[in-house]
Design a protein around this ligand. Structure first.
Ligand SMILES: [Zn+2]
Length: 240
């Protein structure tokens, strides 16, 4: 894993390419605002039908370059066996204490793939534990201020969406960096959708969430906390 650098926003997900699918546009937007971003993938993708872990590491590095993240790392948790264990929590705590993010983006806590919803709970518990001084990992404690759940694939009303309209093409390029997964090919062709359809689907999803907020393309998030505003006249999204 490359040397850790501090970042204000850290996206944590089970698999390489999860972040590209659920919050890549948001990372691009934060980067454009001058905010330092980072990605932690919990697994290395050895259970995938297509491509080796080496392929996926190179693809993840290329996607990270497109997304402009300052740091990307992968833990060694087995692919398809993401479990909420003490050992796994501590691995994430160690990364949190090195990156020291203010905002952590986690997967939404329900879903089809057990790795995804387990990563959500595991990530939340690691964020909590990371703030406890008595848990000694050799790095000073750090508790993130805000946790957002990327809810693109969840059947749930988002708390907020991020306008990614100017970044939609770059987001798509970052996803397509996973050539072993998404380029048209014979291996697993019954299981995987063609490249053209991925573009149509991902753009349609982003368009749907954008429409909810009166912008072109957006990515949805859920926060467990209530929203707070200072000035009623500055609340965005028109009512009628
Ligand atoms: Zn995944």
């Amino acid at each position: 894993m490359a040397e850790h650098v501090a970042a204000e926003v850290l996206a944590i997900a089970a698999h390489r390419d999860d972040v590209e699918q659920t919050c890549g546009g948001t990372l691009l937007r934060m980067r454009s605002l001058g905010v330092c971003t980072a990605i932690l993938d919990l697994t290395q993708g050895e259970a995938g039908t297509r491509g080796s872990t080496q392929d996926r590491a190179a693809e993840a590095a290329e996607a990270a370059r497109i997304l402009g993240v300052a740091w990307r790392g992968a833990l060694d948790i087995p692919d398809g066996r993401v479990e909420n264990t003490w050992e796994n929590r501590l691995k994430i705590v160690d990364v949190l204490r090195r990156i020291r993010p203010r905002v952590v983006i986690l997967p939404y806590w329900t879903g089809r793939h057990p790795d995804h919803y387990t990563a959500s709970i595991l990530g939340y518990e690691a964020c909590f534990l990371s703030g406890l001084a008595k848990i000694d990992t050799g790095t000073p404690p750090h508790r993130p201020f805000k946790i957002l759940y990327a809810s693109l694939y969840a059947d749930v009303r988002p708390s907020l969406v991020v306008d990614i309209s100017p970044f939609i093409e770059d987001r798509h390029r970052a996803l397509m960096a996973y050539q072993s997964q998404y380029a048209n090919q014979t291996a697993g062709s019954g299981l995987f959708v063609p490249e053209e359809e991925i573009r149509e689907r991902t753009f349609a999803e982003a368009r749907h969430y954008g429409t909810l907020a009166g912008v072109r393309y957006a990515e949805p998030f859920v926060q467990k906390e209530i929203g707070l505003v200072d000035d009623l006249t500055l609340i965005p999204v028109q009512s009628l």
